[in-house]
Ligand binder design. Structure first.
Ligand SMILES: O=C(O)CCC(=O)C(=O)O
Length: 332
């Protein structure tokens, strides 16, 4: 024990041997300081380890706070992107569209508020491009070329998507951005089909996925190069400081409604294109205004999005996206 070390030490012969005065005081100092020193050193090394493990630098976190988004190139390797694309293609191949006429479009929110859409929070469901159908309801082109997106619980129901979504890198990334107790809320596979890939109008994610307080991070993974021609994301840098404009909620009598808090138009002139390479992740603040334009090119622009919330925040019961009690949200 520390006290025995610095006081009287006895030999096996029972003779007192005291450390020379100078040496004893040094030992005393070490004893006095060793416990707190140890705590400080342990803390320092823990902080250092945390810092080293951090995905983001202080400058990147500052840029995210000021711009509302962050572009991280080469976040995912090409093979993982290809694996996800192959899995999405297989899901579409196995999907039978017979009788399904739910067409997702942010222009027509009443149409999207059908049961199929509202029940998709804990399912894997398929949503068609608005321009996919002839007036008689038949598909203009192949099923594979007509799907707008798949949502919204791919990360929980499909092993390949689960593996892509639950990596130490993503966990560390959202932790660096202050999500301490993460829950993977929503996943979407977005095809942005060649020639008919529809526009996603300007919005911020908090309109659709709201928490109190706002604790939501959106991750947009480019699975192919995204350019202006094939419909890359556009964002208003700093626009997350404009505040919450609206909420897309479940209406009391069924369906959905848009609760508007601020109907001022978005400052479109400030939109900037985010052209990125395959493997890049774009991190989006919950309030960042962003959009994507139509894809009139001959190339698709496939992307995967994942939205993570903090378990400490309240998730309102009137958010459009809900899950049944038998499939609660989980973390990494
Ligand atoms: O990928 C896109 O085209 C738009 C996606 C988007 O805006 C979103 O997921 O919030």
């Amino acid at each position: 024990m520390v006290t025995a070390d610095v006081s009287v030490l006895r030999t096996h012969r029972g003779r007192d041997i005291r450390a020379p005065r100078k040496k004893r005081s040094l030992r005393l100092k070490v004893a006095l300081y060793s416990a707190p020193l140890r705590v400080v050193l342990i803390n320092l090394s823990w902080k250092l380890r945390m810092l080293l493990r951090m995905k983001l630098s202080a400058a990147q976190i500052a840029a995210y706070d000021s711009d509302g988004f962050l572009v991280l190139e080469d976040f995912v390797d090409g093979t993982s992107c290809d694996r996800l694309r192959a899995r999405a293609a297989a899901l579409v191949r196995d999907f039978d569209p017979e009788g399904l006429v739910s067409i997702f479009s942010t222009h027509e929110q009443t149409r999207t508020s059908d049961e199929y859409f509202l029940g998709s929070g804990d399912q894997i469901r398929f949503f068609f491009e608005e321009n996919a159908f002839h007036p008689d309801g038949t598909l203009r082109q192949s099923k594979e070329q007509s799907i707008n997106k798949i949502g919204h619980a791919l990360h929980d129901l499909d092993l390949v998507f689960d593996k892509f979504s639950r990596t130490p890198e993503i966990e560390q990334l959202v932790s660096d951005l202050g999500i301490d107790d993460p829950l993977l809320l929503q996943s979407m596979y977005i095809f942005k089909q060649p020639r008919i890939g529809g526009e996603v109008t300007c919005h911020h994610d908090a309109t659709f996925l709201y928490t109190e307080p706002l604790r939501l991070v959106g991750l947009w993974f480019a699975l192919e190069d995204a350019t202006i021609e094939n419909g890359c994301l556009w964002a208003i840098s700093g626009g997350h400081k404009l505040g919450l404009k609206s909420r897309f909620v479940r209406a009391e009598g069924g369906g959905t409604r848009l609760e508007v808090f601020d109907d001022a138009p978005w400052p479109d002139e400030k939109l900037q294109p985010l052209e990125v390479k395959k493997g890049t992740v774009i991190v989006l603040d919950a309030l960042l205004p962003h959009l994507s334009r139509e894809n009139r090119s001959s190339r698709s622009r496939q992307a995967y999005t994942l939205h993570v919330i903090d378990a400490s925040a309240h998730y309102p019961a009137n958010n459009w996206l809900q899950r049944l009690a038998d499939m609660p949200l989980s973390g990494f």
